[in-house]
Design a protein around this ligand. Structure first.
Ligand code: BES
Ligand code: ZN
Length: 569
């Protein structure tokens, strides 16, 4: 049972969805129909998830269907219950989305790189698909789908699916069954560039060169994962560069990763995000968390795979740097978090599943897998992972499935590692792996020399080393800036760290970039921490309020509610 869905797949299971949608940029609505094909058995009622959808009518194969839209729950939305005639195999729901659809962002031309065309994109994870499609919105149900999408002339529509243009209509087909949170759509002034035989990038024309450079290693990454964990099963792997208001770094929509433009650093230093989203093609998209309490099975596995890709492509140093930085982030975050949220298998009763999206499922999850790897060695652990992906391919798995499978396949690891404690106890178990990076240790040594007055040469430092420098150096920011010019950085990750420090220290030259950053970028990880840092002092609060008033309309609904919570409590 998934507590975040009103659907009852144990009674009726939807197998395929046909979408027919108009993208109306003027009214900021999707309108059309969703035809759901299902196995109903003897059941006479189909219960779907919706949020803020306006349902005009419902048909079944013999005529009009009686339906009832239940009361709206603030977290879950409203259940749509449809009466089925005996033997029914499909229903067609005619509907339109609302202006407040939580899974859609309608961007004004001013919010795009080209400034002339509007842009729409969806973000369905965790439970936002229901705000643009009436469906069984649970990761325990998988569907194939097809879609016809109409856009205003000159705009391109893309979906995470096989795509084909025909007579001004965009057609899509997804032959592999996917959970609802992986259904995606975007429309805007897009161009395409091939990266390899089975990969490419969609971006606004102004960003296409930069994106093609940044993502040039995509095919190499695909081959790296295939060597370790088996064939890529989705045909193509393309990336879509979204407007900067995209609230996440990336979203692993199958066949078409959605990505923030803030990773276009010009030096490929932030491509761990591509490794991460690509890795989801195995962990998450192929083998899927059964409920949002099992989210660590998606993200912990994916971070583990991401680091293995980095190691294979760029060497151990790079993977260790990222793991070490992330370990420190995890410690910082856990120190400020309620201990009930320290656990991998999380209790989300009465809560929004987005609340469970902390570093715990990501980094504690990856540490847990690393702990298991250390017991049995890499070779056996890789064999185990590969057979996990093969055994549960195109299925949903719960934490208990993992425990069982681990006990059967790697009994020695299951005995040597405190599995229960990893899954259900707060904190990090004693004896957990401790990531260590020699390169970052050298940065620390350099910081000490520099603080003692020596000159240090940082010209060859990577983004990760520069980040570590900022996190360990303690000196007046004016001095750091004069020598290293962080205020001028074009790297979003470094700028974010620098702005956090500038807020803390009241360093005005850098703060001049803050308003601009917060009004153009909507990536939640960045804006949440910056607003939270501002909110710590009365002057900061005033600055935050002034910036937020201007910035809020340009943020995605998910980012708006995050910042609302930070500033309004
Ligand atoms: N699937 C997540 C994004 C997500 C999680 C969206 C939960 C909605 C709810 C994606 O794979 C992800 O983890 N993105 C990270 C980047 C990654 C490199 C850690 C992000 O967006 O920061
Ligand atoms: Zn992820």
């Amino acid at each position: 049972m998934d507590i975040h869905s009103y659907s009852r797949p144990d009674r009726v299971r939807v197998r395929h969805i046909d979408l027919d949608l108009d993208v109306d940029f003027e009214r900021k609505r999707l309108l059309g129909s969703a035809t759901l094909h299902f196995d109903a058995g003897s059941s006479r009622e189909l219960s779907l998830d919706t949020r803020d959808l306006e349902i005009s009518r419902v048909e079944h194969e013999r005529g009009e269907a009686a339906f009832h839209l239940g009361e709206r729950d603030p977290i879950l939305g409203a259940p749509l219950s449809i009466e089925l005639p005996p033997g029914a195999r499909w229903v067609r729901v005619h509907y339109r989305t609302s202006l407040s659809a939580s899974g859609l962002q309608w961007c004004e031309p001013a919010q795009t790189a080209g400034k002339t065309q509007p842009f729409l994109y969806t973000q369905s994870q965790a439970i936002h698909a229901r705000s643009w499609i009436p469906l069984q919105d649970t990761p325990g149900v998988r569907v194939t789908f097809s879609a016809r999408v109409r856009t205003p002339p000159g705009l391109t529509a893309v979906m995470g699916a096989e795509m084909e243009e025909s007579g001004g209509e965009h057609r899509f087909h997804m032959p592999q069954p996917v959970p609802s949170y992986l259904i995606s759509l975007a429309a805007g002034g897009l161009a395409f560039r091939a990266l390899g035989p089975r990969s490419g990038v969609y971006a606004e024309p102004a960003l296409l060169d930069a994106a093609a450079f940044e993502f040039a290693e995509t095919e190499a990454m695909m081959q790296a994962v295939e060597e370790m964990y088996g064939p890529y099963r989705w045909g193509r792997y393309d990336l879509l560069v979204l407007p900067p208001s995209f609230p996440f770094g990336g979203m692993e929509n199958p066949r078409l990763t959605f990505a923030t433009p803030t990773i276009l650093a010009g030096d490929r230093s932030l491509v761990s995000l591509v490794a991460h989203e690509l890795a989801h093609s195995w962990s998450g998209n192929l083998v899927t968390n059964a409920t949002w309490s099992d989210f660590w099975l998606n993200e912990g596995f994916t971070v583990y795979l991401e680091r293995r890709i980095l190691e294979k492509l760029y060497g151990r140093d790079r993977a260790c740097m990222e793991a070490t930085l992330a370990r420190a982030d995890l410690a910082r975050e856990m120190a400020e978090m309620a201990s009930r949220d320290h656990v991998l298998e999380i209790d989300l009763a009465g809560r929004d599943p987005d609340d469970g999206c902390t570093l715990v499922p990501y980094e504690k999850g990856a540490l847990f897998l690393t702990a298991l790897e250390q017991v049995v060695g890499r070779k056996r652990f890789d064999t185990f992972l590969r057979s996990w992906f093969d055994t549960f391919a195109f299925r949903s798995v719960a934490t208990s499935d993992f425990v069982q499978y681990l006990g059967r396949q790697l009994p020695d690891a299951a005995a040597a590692v405190p599995v229960k404690e990893w899954l259900s106890a707060p904190g990090i178990p004693a004896g957990a792996p401790e990531p260590h990076s020699d390169a970052l240790a050298r940065v620390e040594a350099a910081v000490e020399r520099w603080m003692a007055g020596d000159l240090i040469d940082t010209s060859s430092w990577s983004t990760q080393e520069r980040l570590h420098f900022l996190r360990t150096a303690s000196a007046p920011l004016g001095r750091i800036d004069r020598e290293f010019a962080f205020t001028q950085t074009g790297n979003a990750e470094v700028l974010h760290q620098w702005l956090l420090m500038a807020i803390r220290e009241g360093y005005e030259p850098a703060l001049a970039r803050l308003a601009d950053f917060l009004t153009s970028v909507g990536r939640r990880k960045y804006i949440k921490t910056l607003y939270a840092e501002l909110a710590k002092t009365p002057e900061g609060r005033a600055r935050a309020a002034a910036i937020y008033e201007k910035a809020r309309p340009g943020y995605h609904p998910i980012a708006q509610s995050t910042v609302d919570q930070v500033l309004m409590g």
